[in-house]
Design a protein around this ligand. Sequence first.
Ligand code: PBE
Length: 269
Amino acid sequence: LANQPLGPQINYTITGIDAGAGVMSSTTKALAAYDLTKGKWQLQTSSTAAMTSTLGKAIKHKQPIVVTGWQPHWMFTKYHLKFLKDPKNVYGHAESIHTIARLGLKQAKPQAYTVLDRFHWTPKDMSAVMLQVNNGVDPKQAAKQWLRQHPASLKTWTKGVAKAHGQLTLTYVAWDSEIASTNVVAEALRQVGYDVSIRPMEIQPLWASVATGAADAMVCAWLPNTSGKYYADYKGKFTDLGENLKGARVGLAVPTYMKKINSINDLLT
Ligand code: PBE
């Protein structure tokens, strides 16, 4: 079986996630750019949970699989995966995740603005929280625990910030990476005194919520490529507080035991 072409073995299917995700539109572009559509390849829409479950099953049986991957994500911690080379650079190079606030937040809630502006961490930090959540820890508890274990980070974000009061709304898409970051920054904001609610939603309402001021901020903008379309669509209607994480990456991923598949071009062989 291992010597047969990959396509027929997996029904020419790339296992994807929710339709609105940037990695899905990039993969649709990749299908065209690498002539994969002509080669019968298709992208299957599902959800992160369904994708990671299908991935887990394939790995258990050492079967081939191609998924829409991103990093930081616990899938890269739990499994031996590799990104496929992308010589046409459809997915873009390393990305950063930005914090996006509503216009006027600085004046309305200066302490929140300061903490959100300072919030930053590393792929390793984010992976640690994601792994806890994947192991069954409640995201809020995992966030609290991470902050207890990283007092220096919390101090960097909150130092000198006066005690705050009042409501604060953060929105996010329930991707594992964004569940981790949103819960951690929400917990930090609670510790300076805010009553923080976090609301999961689809990606389009996510950007609209901040652009209309219905939400105060979000920490889920993968730039320049993955969330680039929404960033451009809503430009001028939000404040970009800059990077909260550097070194993120998006692309097609396969288990490392698929030794012959190293580039997106190899899917056609
Ligand atoms: N992701 C995780 C998102 C951004 C964060 C890669 C699934 C996407 O829009 O594709």
